[in-house]
Design a protein around this ligand. Structure first.
Ligand code: 3PG
Length: 306
């Protein structure tokens, strides 16, 4: 089968080598399209592909229509909001993700961003510590669980809000479940956001919620920019000079926020949470294996468009 790996933001070379090894040893052909200049180039490349591996690359109805042989798309990563699931389902195309494979990388970045902020961006001035602070996890999926594991080492008190996760699962991980999202924000010195972008979550975090945070609160968003109500975020930052917002998912208004609020707002130039060799290897190789398993045995365990 012809497997197209189309990544606007390429995997580390070592990961591409691993993907190639998995696919070619199973008799598949790998076609690599990195940093493609435009959608037309992507559409041309996908025309003869039987399978497609992407990262945050947009897979919309138009692209799927240009791929008559396509049977499976694997998002090498967690969030699949970049893929038009309805259009894929209508064409009988299986869509999968690779849950958990890049979670540790994202979780480590959460602490990288938190440490940089509380140590005043390493400017030599006196900062604060993470130990003893309250960390609230907004969702307790694969990334939230990794963040909780690392937070334990820092000596933080961790709580989580996740209506889709049984409280026992949190308790087993040493995390205190809270019943409402309001409680989470009100009782956390740091909130780390790990919810996906869905019609229900888009724009769901705004001034009302953020304004509940205690003095000196820090919000870290390594999930999706769409979950923030940007106007509300700007309003609460203006209203509360003690709050900070750290984002690996740059809001549309990032430049404005950074100009107005200085170092209280930190945004990475490009989403880099999953941008490690290890995460690329884990997610890329998992994607290649899932595609081979699908063609060999019909395995669709990670399908997200059932
Ligand atoms: C994910 O959903 O897996 C992360 O946001 C990583 O996305 P990326 O592959 O574009 O870095």
């Amino acid at each position: 089968m012809k497997v197209l790996v189309a990544t606007e933001k390429p995997f580390a070379k070592v990961a591409v080598d691993g993907i190639r090894e998995v696919l070619e040893s199973a008799g598949h052909e790998l076609v690599l399209l990195e940093k493609y200049p435009d959608r037309a180039t992507l559409a041309e490349a996908v025309r003869s592909a039987d399978a497609l591996i992407v990262r945050s690359d947009k897979v919309d109805a138009e692209l799927l229509a240009a791929a008559p042989a396509l049977r499976i798309v694997v998002r090498a990563g967690a969030g699949y909001d970049n893929i038009d699931l309805d259009a894929a389902t209508a064409r009988g195309i299986v869509v999968e993700n690779t849950p958990g494979q890049n979670s540790n990388a994202v979780a480590e970045l959460v602490f990288g961003m938190a440490l940089a902020a509380v140590r005043n961006h390493f400017d030599g001035s006196s900062g604060t510590e993470l130990r003893g602070k309250r960390l609230g996890l907004h969702a307790f999926g694969a990334v939230g669980r990794c963040v909780a594991r690392i937070a334990e080492g820092f000596g933080m008190a961790v709580s989580a809000f996740d209506p889709f996760c049984p409280p026992e699962v949190m308790r087993e991980a040493g995390v205190t479940p809270v019943d409402t999202v309001e409680q989470l924000y009100a009782g956390s010195d740091f909130v780390s956001i790990h919810i996906p972008a869905t019609p229900q979550t888009r724009g769901s975090i705004g001034a009302a919620l953020l304004g509940l945070m205690p003095k000196g609160g820090v919000v870290i968003n390594t999930a999706r920019k769409e979950v923030m109500d940007e106007a509300g975020l700007a309003a609460v930052l203006a209203d509360r000079p003690d709050l900070r917002y750290l984002a690996d998912v740059r809001p549309d208004c990032a430049d404005d926020l950074m100009e107005r609020f200085g170092k209280r707002v930190v945004c990475t130039p490009k989403k880099m949470g999953a941008q490690t060799a290890e995460a690329n290897i884990n997610a890329g190789i998992a994607a290649a294996r899932q595609i081979d398993a699908y063609f060999r045995t019909g395995d669709t365990r990670c399908q997200v468009n059932r």
